[in-house]
Design a binder for this molecule. Structure first.
Ligand SMILES: *Cc1c(COP(=O)(O)O)cnc(C)c1O
Length: 362
């Protein structure tokens, strides 16, 4: 068989400017010791037996399409958060919903405002949609600069994404600053609060997002089962939005995108939340130990309300990542900027602190 000649297919020129998603690297095995992947903000605990059981049962019907309306899961989410099922949309992870949010709000050339550095999926989904990213630098404390974000809104702005806690730096926005910000956002601009790490938040001056959502017709809340719920591999997230927005999201969703297995697992995880919450509390305790340990070593680690810490190492970022990898832990470096380390197993924290200590002494 002869190979086809190189394609002359015309792809969108703008694709060249869109970065690729860099997944956290897996941890390579090392003889004689356990290695740890703390590069993707995953939950280090294996799935609960009760969740595994419903997943196994659901595999028996995978010759069928799932419930396209995601009815039972949307009902369960609605009950849990005291909203209407009509106000819930689901997707293939919250990243899947982000894509839909772009599709329902932006024509090519429209603008999307978000903080930077923030979640690396944002520039990708915005770029793919043909909209324009307007990135507003974080403050010196690696926090959202909501005043500057309000200033960045123009006639072309259709969507603002507020990532709280911010991936990869850690801080959450405060309730008062979010209120002041929302006062300044025109009512036709949709503001999405990306709360992927909500369950790990312990600060008390943070917004109650659903309360904010109830007060603002132009706010939507984006959440996921990937982090605290430990279902990253099943790809299911949800958005709580006012009905026209939620309905548009359901229209734009990939048909049958959330598998029956994922739907069942998400329902079982909502049911088992007390059990999962125990793990979340352990992760939070471990996070605080890691944060204090790193600060004691002199690292200027910003506050974190998530399941990761941020080391703003600048030029030393890749060196630190290499040192960690040599010690059997894989972190997530953002070259020239900093290193994000997920809070995982106790042993991973211990080893990360050892690496950090040695690195500080260099
Ligand atoms: C991990 C993460 C998500 C969740 O992604 P899924 O597609 O639901 O797995 C969303 N937003 C942020 C900021 C994240 O870090």
């Amino acid at each position: 068989m002869t190979e086809a000649t190189p394609p002359e297919v015309r792809l969108r020129e703008s694709l060249g400017a869109i970065p690729g998603y860099v997944p956290g690297k897996p941890a390579a095995e090392q003889p004689g010791r356990t290695t740890y992947k703390i590069s993707s903000n995953e939950n280090p605990y294996p799935p609960l037996p009760s969740v595994v059981k419903v997943v196994q049962e659901a595999t028996l019907s995978m010759n069928r399409y799932p419930d396209m309306g995601v009815t039972e899961l949307r009902d369960a989410i609605a009950r849990r958060f005291e909203v209407k099922p009509e106000q819930v949309a689901t997707g293939t992870g919250s990243v899947g919903i982000l894509g839909s949010l772009l599709q329902i709000t932006c024509e090519p050339g429209d603008e999307v405002v978000y903080a930077w550095r923030s979640f690396e999926a944002y520039p990708i989904v915005v770029g793919l949609s043909g909209a324009t990213s307007v990135q507003v630098p974080l403050t010196e404390e690696s926090r959202h600069d909501l005043a500057a974000m309000a200033d960045a809104i123009t006639d072309r702005t259709r969507l603002v994404i507020v990532c709280s806690p911010n991936n990869p730096t850690g801080p959450a926005v405060r309730a008062d600053e979010l209120d002041a910000f929302l006062q300044r956002v025109p009512p036709h601009v949709l503001v999405v609060l990306d709360e992927a790490y909500l369950e790990f938040v312990r600060a008390d001056d943070v917004p109650d997002a659903l309360n904010v959502w109830r007060r603002h017709p132009n706010v939507a809340v984006l959440r996921t089962f990937s982090k605290a719920y430990g279902l990253a591999g099943l790809r299911v997230g949800y958005c709580i939005a006012h009905e026209p927005v939620a309905e548009a999201l359901r229209k734009a969703a990939v048909p049958f995108g959330v598998s029956e297995i994922a739907q069942r697992a998400a329902i079982a995880s909502l049911d088992a939340y007390d059990e999962l919450d125990q793990r979340v509390q352990d992760i939070v305790a471990e996070r605080d130990r890691l944060l204090i340990g790193l600060r004691d070593l002199g690292y200027p680690v910003p506050d974190t309300q998530a399941n990761f810490v941020w080391l703003p190492l600048g030029d030393k970022t890749l060196d630190f990542a290499a040192a960690a990898e040599a010690a059997g832990i894989v972190v997530r470096p953002f070259a020239g900027d900093g290193v994000r380390c997920t809070v995982g197993e106790v042993e991973a924290t211990d080893r990360l602190l050892e690496v950090a200590k040695e690195f500080a002494g260099r």
